[in-house]
Design a protein around this ligand. Structure first.
Ligand SMILES: NC(=O)c1ccc[n+]([C@@H]2O[C@H](COP(=O)([O-])OP(=O)(O)OC[C@H]3O[C@@H](n4cnc5c(N)ncnc54)[C@H](OP(=O)(O)O)[C@@H]3O)[C@@H](O)[C@H]2O)c1
Length: 281
């Protein structure tokens, strides 16, 4: 029996993931462990080396994890055993002006398959009272899709979400996505699918989790100045730094209490973002 808590964050060698590791380590105890993961060994080592270390903070360990490799995700989950905090955060590059068909595979493999592998591998290993979080976006709500597509993601199982993601990916490749109503910007269906995947997992374990103060949720960091956002927006005057953006997320993660109204939902700055529009479109 140990009091050590273990946190693991994906895509954590830069951006929001890096800031999450830094803040978790600063707020957790010296006996705790925060595992900073990323796909590239040099970038992971450099990130661990540059962390701003405070006295009495948790230990940070770097691990190479390419989230598109489902076996590697399952292996890391097996090695770590029971975990307390899991944050699926990794996202691949997306460039404006490059055809969706040329980018959809890497983007979906990292953001969607990656999140799905994390939910599947780490969900069953979450300690009672743990936190299973996917960094998604306020853009991950049904409102971003035409109403005829809502049923594909609403009230469905994780397997269903996985199937829809593959159908959408195939439609992007065969040029039928627009005719089926899918938005051109592949970030939108991808984020809706991440939030739907979390909702599906949460629906299955809600009762037990709430009895044990365990939280499964997706979060939105808001607009943050990072590599992922820079190509898409001109005005960063309202954007947060990664260090500021992670504060409400870490507050949520380290809170002793789980609000049943937030369980399974998309949370931004401590508030639930409606999955469906509250007034008819
Ligand atoms: N920035 C925003 O304004 C904003 C807004 C809403 C939501 N979000 C969400 O926040 C999350 C983090 O985004 P960010 O802005 O921090 O992005 P970022 O700065 O581009 O960082 C993405 C991280 O994911 C890693 N990654 C890419 N492919 C990977 C793979 N196959 N396996 C493991 N890691 C991989 C990257 O590693 P490399 O360095 O090796 O490429 C990097 O560490 C994403 O889910 C994003 O959609 C961001």
């Amino acid at each position: 029996m140990t009091d050590q808590r273990i946190a693991v964050v994906t895509g954590a060698n830069q951006g929001i993931g890096y800031a999450l590791v830094e803040e978790l380590a600063n707020r957790m105890n010296p006996e705790d462990l925060v595992v900073l993961t990323g796909r590239n060994p040099e970038r992971v080592a450099a990130a661990v080396a540059q962390l701003n270390r405070r006295a009495n903070q948790a230990r940070v360990e770097g691990r190479v994890l390419d989230v598109t490799d489902g076996e590697a995700v399952a292996r890391l989950a097996g090695e770590l055993g029971v975990v307390d905090i899991v944050v699926s955060n990794a996202v691949g590059p997306l460039e404006p002006g490059t055809a969706a068909g040329e980018q959809v595979d890497e983007f979906v493999d990292v953001a969607n398959l990656g999140a799905q592998y994390m939910l599947r591998a780490f969900g069953p290993r979450l300690r009672a009272g743990g936190r299973l979080i996917v960094v998604a976006s306020s853009l991950g709500t049904l409102e971003q899709l035409p109403e005829e597509l809502w049923g594909r993601f609403d009230g469905v199982s994780l397997e269903d979400v996985e199937k829809v993601v593959e159908e959408w990916r195939a439609a992007v490749h065969d040029g039928t996505a627009a005719a089926q109503g899918w938005p051109e910007w592949i970030n939108l269906p991808s984020k809706v699918a991440q939030v739907a995947a979390v909702r599906a997992v949460a629906a299955e374990r809600r009762e037990r989790d709430l009895a044990e103060s365990t939280l499964v949720a997706s979060v939105c960091p808001g607009l943050v100045d990072t590599r992922a956002s820079r190509p898409w927006f001109d005005d960063f005057s309202q954007a947060k730094s990664p260090a500021d953006a992670v504060q409400p997320i870490v507050d949520l993660i380290l809170s002793d209490r789980v609000d049943p109204a937030q369980y399974g939902e998309l949370i931004r700055d401590g508030k639930v973002v409606d999955w469906k529009p509250s007034t008819p479109l």
